[in-house]
Design a binder for this molecule. Structure first.
Ligand code: UDP
Ligand code: MG
Length: 340
């Protein structure tokens, strides 16, 4: 029978949290009025996470798992989960229980009230360092300033999405998956449910500063062309400075002919400054060019090692399903959900 609810849980080295996550998620699932599946997405874990998933799947048929062939990163893990989710409502949440599963019934209430996307919005972040809080606070504001898409502040990937929305997301061919941005971009009726982000249940943070920074840059570059324009503005600004300096030089020559011109230091400073501006602009260009390169290569977003419990995919672990080839958007949907 086709499940009504799919929970997608990306997992990267979460052996310490999986059992507890299963306990809390299955309790929520049992309380819901409809069939459900929990899709654990192993993002190339190097600990016992995958073995634990196999075991959970044996114990409880509502547990499905897919295992990516290496660590592709959180956004791709969620993307992979979305491709396989069969439910009418799909809920994405972290394995470390920072996104409290107990919020799900509230999200479902909103879904039943007619919203297509119900995203959780943080009112507080417990036990996260001041640097991370400040970084997140600034990032979301800068992102909103730079983009035309209305990406709500302080929201992560914890959300519920209607089947329609998931189908649209799955059909988007782009490789740069900044999911919370894409989710906002596609429109539909959206609403927020406030929540307090809890501390991690156990284990270490898997999003290193480098990964978080990469995600932030990805968010800005995927949704804004303002940085590209920045080069033009900087060029104009520096041009004006140069003109100003010409005026100073003429003034100096006319009114202080005896005094030597300001000289060596200012020239060196100007060279360094201009070199920095040029490298900065080149860097920005590189960010965009790199993304074009990624899109053009057309590689699949992820490769699969193992899959279990998902209807129609049980026997497909050996030969990759069609959407794993660089595919046109039409090919993507039927693979994940044959009856649609
Ligand atoms: N995660 C993942 N792949 C990664 C990094 C993280 O699938 O490369 C998962 C991780 O297991 C967790 C979720 O993404 O379920 C969020 O990661 P984490 O808790 O480390 O990040 P934070 O809560 O700081 O955003
Ligand atoms: Mg976390």
């Amino acid at each position: 029978m086709k499940p009504t609810f799919s929970f997608i849980v990306p997992v990267f080295n979460e052996e310490e949290t999986l059992e507890e996550a299963y306990r809390r998620l299955s309790a929520i699932l049992a309380s819901l009025d409809g069939e459900g599946q929990i899709i654990l997405v192993d993002d190339g874990s190097r600990d016992r996470s995958l073995e634990m998933m196999r075991d959970l799947h044996r114990r409880d048929p509502r547990i499905c798992y897919i295992s990516l062939a290496r660590n592709f990163g959180h956004q791709i893990a969620v993307t992979a989960g979305l491709r396989f989710a069969q439910g009418d409502a799909v809920i994405v949440l972290d394995a470390d229980l920072q996104d409290p599963p107990e919020l799900i019934p509230k999200m479902i209430e909103q879904w039943r009230a007619g919203y297509h996307v119900v995203y959780a919005q943080r009112t507080a972040r417990q036990s996260e360092g001041p640097t991370k809080k400040l970084f997140a606070y600034l990032f979301y504001r800068v992102l909103r300033l730079l983009t035309d898409v209305d990406i709500p502040s302080d929201t992560g990937d914890f959300c519920l999405m209607d089947r329609k929305v998931v189908d649209v997301l799955n059909a988007l061919p782009e490789r740069g998956r900044y999911l919370r941005g894409l989710r906002a971009w596609i429109g539909f009726r959206q609403t927020a449910v406030p929540f307090e982000r809890e501390p991690r249940f156990a284990g270490e943070v898997k999003y290193t500063f480098r990964k978080s920074f990469g995600l932030a840059v990805n968010g800005i570059v995927s949704f804004s062309r303002v940085p590209l324009r920045l080069a033009t503005y900087l060029g104009l600004l520096v041009g004006c400075c140069a003109l100003g300096m010409v005026v100073v030089v003429i003034y100096w020559r006319l009114f202080h002919p005896a005094l030597p011109l300001i000289g060596y230091t200012i020239i060196t400073a100007a060279i360094f400054f201009l070199a920095a501006v040029q490298l900065f602009c080149l860097g920005i260009l590189g960010e965009y060019l790199g993304r074009v390169y990624e899109e053009v290569k057309g590689r699949p977003l992820f490769t699969l090692k193992e899959i279990a419990g998902i209807e129609g995919h049980a026997a497909k672990t050996a030969s990759p399903p069609p959407f794993m080839r660089p595919a046109s958007s039409q090919e993507i949907q039927p693979a994940s959900n044959p009856e649609r």
